[in-house]
Write a protein that binds this ligand. Structure first.
Ligand code: SF4
Length: 456
C-alpha cells in the first residue's frame, strides 16, 4: 500500500502512478508513506524498507518530472529495473512516434534518455517497433475507416491472475447477453457503412459460447459489415474449441485466431486455474492448421506463481517450436480484481534474464517485436511485447495501442475510442456489469451517436 501526501492533487496522482510502476513489489505487504513538501522542495520516504529524506531541484522540466527524477536518482538501488526511467505511460511507442514527427530517430532516442532517463536498450527497442508500426500503418487508410471490437465476457473458468470483467459461462446468461449484443451491433451498423480495417472478437473467451451462439454472432457481423483486412477471434482456452467451432470461424472469414497456453508447464496451469494438457493443446493447434488457419497467435505470461526462470524459458521455447505466426509475451500484472492481487501475491524470482532471453531467442527464430505496452503493477517493471514473423503482424493490436483510428466497441465493459482530427481521444465506456449493460445501453448508444455524426 503506497500513500502519497502533497498539496497538489496532480502531483499525488502522477507520483503514485510512478511509484506503483517503479516499485511494484518491493514493499510487499508493508506500507510506504511519501510526503512531498512543495514549499521546501523536500521528499520524505517512510516505510520498513526505506526511510529517506531528500530534496528536489525544480528544473526546466515539469514539476512532476523534477520530483520523479529526484526519487529515481536517490532510490535507484530499490527500483525494480530502471530501464524505463521515469516514464510511466502505458504507450511508450505512441510517445516515441510523436517525437519522431518532429525529430530524427537519434534525437528522439536522446530525448527519451535525457528527459525520461530511459535506457539506451529501451530507446532502441521503441525505435525498432515504431519503425515497423509505421511501415504497417502507412499502408492503411486510417481516417476513412474504423476498427471493431466485440466483447464476449464468458470463460470456462476464471484464471486467478485475471482482472477482466469476465464471468463463468452459463447458457442462460450467455443467451440473454448474445441477444443484447446482436441488437447493439445491428443498431449501430447503420452508422458504419464503410469496410472496417480490422475486427477483433475478444473477451473473455468468445469460443466458450456454444456453436449456435458463435454462428449467430458471426452472421450478424458478416451480414452488416463489409469485409475487413483482418478478422481476429480469441480462442484463448483450447478446452472451449472443437472442429465444428473452428470450421465456423473459417467459414465466416476469421483470418487470425489466438490459442494461448500462457505456460507450457501443466502444474502451473492448474495453479492459475487454467488447466492445460499439452497434448490436447498441440492437437487443437494441428486441427486449426489443418483447417487452414495460417495466422495464429500464442500468449505467454511470465511471472506466474511458482514459475522459475527455467519454466519461463521452456514456455518460450515450446511456443516457438510450434511456429505460430505471432507470440505475445506478457509480464504478469497484478491488478485489482484478480485472485492473485487479493492474495497479495509477490513474484520472488528475477525475470530480467528471461526477458533478455526471450528477445534474443525469438529474434533468432525470426520473430520481431511489433507492438509494446506497459501496465501498472507489472512484474519486473517491464512491458508486454507482441512478436511476429515478417508480414504477419496484427493490425488491430497496433491500432489499439497507437490510438490512430476510431475503434468502435460493442459489448459489456467495452471501450470505444473516437480519434478527433487533432489526435484527441474521446472514449465511450460501456457498462461493466451485466444488469446495466442489458438495461441502460441506450445511454451508451446516445453518447456514440454524437461521434457517429462527426464521422460523416
Ligand atoms: S480466459 Fe482470459 S478472460 Fe477468461 S478468466 Fe482467463 S484471463 Fe480472464
Amino acid at each position: 500500500m503506497i500513500k502519497v501526501d502533497c498539496d497538489n492533487d496532480v502531483v499525488v496522482h502522477k507520483i503514485l502512478e510512478y511509484l506503483t510502476m517503479s516499485f511494484p513489489t518491493i514493499f510487499g505487504e508493508s506500507s510506504l508513506y511519501v510526503k512531498i513538501e512543495l514549499t521546501e522542495n523536500i521528499i520524505s520516504f517512510k516505510s520498513d524498507i526505506i526511510n529517506r529524506k531528500f530534496s528536489f531541484k525544480r528544473s526546466e522540466d515539469t514539476l512532476v518530472n523534477s520530483i520523479k527524477k529526484a526519487i529515481h536518482n536517490n532510490l535507484i538501488d530499490y527500483i525494480e529495473n530502471d530501464d524505463w526511467g521515469i516514464l510511466t505511460g502505458i504507450r511508450p511507442t505512441k510517445l516515441f512516434r510523436k517525437l519522431l514527427r518532429k525529430n530524427e530517430a537519434e534525437i528522439s532516442k536522446e530525448i527519451l534518455k535525457t528527459k525520461f532517463l530511459v535506457s539506451e536498450k529501451k530507446a532502441e527497442l521503441l525505435n525498432s517497433i515504431v519503425e515497423k508500426e509505421l511501415c504497417i500503418l502507412d499502408k492503411i487508410n486510417l481516417e476513412d475507416s474504423y476498427s471493431l471490437y466485440i466483447n464476449v465476457p464468458f470463460c470456462k473458468s476464471i484464471c486467478n491472475y485475471c482482472s477482466f470483467n469476465s464471468m463463468l459461462y452459463s447458457e442462460e446468461k450467455s443467451e440473454i447477453y448474445i441477444k443484447k449484443l446482436m441488437d447493439e451491433i445491428l443498431r449501430e451498423a447503420d452508422y458504419l457503412k464503410k469496410a472496417p480495417t480490422s475486427i477483433y472478437i475478444g473477451g473473455g473467451t468468445p469460443t466458450s459460447l456454444s456453436t449456435n451462439q458463435i454462428y449467430k454472432l458471426l452472421k450478424v457481423v458478416k451480414d452488416n459489415f463489409k469485409e475487413s483486412l483482418e478478422f481476429t477471434v480469441e480462442c484463448g482456452r483450447i478446452d472451449t474449441l472443437n472442429e465444428e467451432k473452428l470450421n465456423l470461424l473459417k467459414d465466416f472469414g476469421v483470418s487470425r485466431i489466438s490459442l494461448n497456453p500462457q505456460s507450457s508447464n501443466e502444474s502451473i496451469s492448474k495453479i492459475i486455474n487454467r488447466p492445460i494438457n499439452l497434448r490436447d493443446f498441440e492437437n487443437k493447434y494441428a486441427m486449426a492448421r489443418k483447417l487452414g488457419f495460417d495466422l495464429i497467435n500464442m500468449d505467454l505470461i511470465l511471472g506466474l506463481p511458482t514459475e522459475t526462470a527455467d519454466n519461463m524459458i521452456r514456455s518460450i521455447e515450446y511456443a516457438s517450436k510450434l511456429k505460430p505466426e505471432n507470440i505475445t509475451i506478457h509480464n504478469l500484472s497484478l491488478k485489482k480484481g484478480s485472485k492473485l492481487f487479493e492474495r497479495n501475491y509477490h513474484f520472488e524470482n528475477s525475470i530480467d534474464t528471461v526477458i533478455d532471453f526471450s528477445k534474443n531467442y525469438l529474434r533468432n527464430k525470426l520473430y520481431m517485436p511489433y507492438y509494446l505496452y506497459r501496465q501498472k503493477k507489472i512484474i519486473g517493471n517491464g512491458e508486454n511485447i507482441g512478436y511476429s514473423q515478417l508480414g504477419k503482424e496484427c493490425i488491430y493490436n497496433i491500432l489499439i495501442i497507437e490510438e490512430v483510428q476510431d475503434i468502435i466497441a460493442f459489448g459489456m465493459g467495452s471501450s470505444s475510442k473516437f480519434v478527433s482530427k487533432d489526435g484527441k481521444i474521446n472514449q465511450v465506456l460501456n457498462f461493466k456489469n451485466l444488469k446495466d449493460y442489458l438495461n441502460r445501453n441506450d445511454e451508451i448508444f446516445n453518447k456514440k451517436l454524437k461521434y457517429y455524426a462527426n464521422r460523416g
